[in-house]
Design a protein around this ligand. Sequence first.
Ligand code: GCB
Length: 634
Amino acid sequence: MTFNPTRRGWIGLGLASAALLPALRAEAQGQTPAPVATGPSPETLTLINAGARDVMDLSGTWRWSIDPFRDGMAGFHGAEADLGHRRYDDIDVEAAMTADPNALYEYDMDRSPTTTLPGSWIAAEPELRHYQGLMWYRRDFDHAPGGGRVHLRVGAADYQTVVYVNGEKAGEHEGGFVPFAFDVTDLLRPGRNNVTLGVESVRTATSVPPPVTDWENYAGVTREVLLVHTPATFIDDAWIRLDGQGRIVADIALNGADRADRAVAARLPGLNLTLNGRTDAEGRWRGSVPAPRRLALWSPETPTLHDVVFEAGEDRLTDRVGLRTIAVRGEDILLNGRPIFLRGICLHEEEYGPNPGRIITPEAARALLTEAKDGLNCNFVRLAHYPHSEVTTRLADELGLLVWSEIPVYWRIDFANMDTLGVARRMLASNIRRDRNRASIAFWSVANETPISAPRNAFLRALIRDVRDLDDSRLVTAALLTDREDVDGRVEIRIDDPLVADLDVMAVNTYGGWYSHDRLTDLPAMRWRSDFSKPLIFSEFGAGALAGFRDSGATRKFSEEFQAEYYRQTLAMADGIPFLRGLSPWILKDFRAPRRQHPVFQQGWNRKGLTSETGRRKQAFAVLADYYARRARR
Ligand code: GCB
């Protein structure tokens, strides 16, 4: 994996002498910009539930230095970065320049301005609002060597990150929404240490997600950075769940030199249950026991969580988990064996407020999820279009909301590119490993609105196979595109994507009456047909409205009345689809979307929220809340 900032060569032109121009142009045209970091990505650790360990939270004040020309990554003619620009060096720049008057440094991390992490830079300073490129972050911390190992874990950084500790490279990572961790034990020294993160936010045609999306690219470090202490051999991954045969099944994977043939256990003290055994040569173990007869199952109505303790030698990891089953029978989705209708809503990872920075504190997540659960009467949320914070998925467990979790395989991914597939697979695996213990997660989705083609089908099938290998206790889905035809003067919408054969549940996004010229009153008469006998979810439908813009006739797009009427008619259409088993309309709250630039109605926001960005409810909010209240009583 390499950084691949597409415009690097052109940026370099501004700095180059005339003699260098042809070479730079060739580089820019040859599509092989100098890598920011080279070599294969070291295996990142899972470090499941790292927050429950002995950690030093590095959230708070960091120094930062903008690097729009990426001089800290490479010299302007493509070779190694010059000494004077290498933000990651373990050096006191001021002392070096004082000691040697000939020395030239054009940065000084110790004297750079400060910012607060986690949080995207776009919300931190007005002049960074539209900056996409490279940013360096640096902070010091104290370390007292003890036994065991120390790992540096980044909750999420958008989009590619290179990590240095005391000037030595610890690792690099691509993908903005999943955690990664590197063992930094051998890079630490007693006393003062420093960590430097280089975060590149630009995405290319081969990235996941691609550069063009309908949401804000929240550049920077958006989740917490932790130093995690573990014993020398430790529990890297642990997973417990209820299977379809009434057994509680646990998996443990150890990391470290002594991982083979080690005694391990998973205890559920509240249930008086212990599962134990010994790891195999790779440090893995799986065990199972019959579930107790009167096991309190997790559901949206009764989100019961049980304490669990995983043990391996001196390592001990605690969690709280729900136990439940989710399955499909014919056109029904069964939760704990009973058919369920999903009363959902979509969410982006964006907190309420006029200037969100993707800072999902427990309070921010609670404000969003309680509005879904208590305000709208939801039992389900679709966390679009990428893995959201663990804070959110843990809160969904606690509040009782089923979750659709997805990776950003969105619109125009480079489906023929094996590197792109590699990025998507790693992101999917990280997301699943991070959240397999969350009872709330019912669906892993592998794609959103991806046009059918042979490479796309192969790409998505590889992802579906991965999901099934990694987690057999949940359903696989994808938000698909549909075909539409006029049959005897009536609109017929067909779901005939060949991928449905590989999915447990089919899902479609539908915007008739908003993006199409259909009259809203014609929506209920539309007929939905599928070649497959599977449950269907409306994974999106929605219409824009600017909070406070009114039109009593309900004919003007962007009026609250139009949006409310759109909801009434679309819900009437939904009621007529016999195999529909759930809805997650688009979307809880207005969200930042740079492609939405109507100067009066949008101003850079997608206005399909049922509330404004600050949480003001629009008329359609009550339409959906009432509909769900009635549905819940059926
Ligand atoms: C969609 C996309 C979503 C967009 C939405 C819209 O189908 O999946 O990301 O934001 O439509 O508002 O157009």
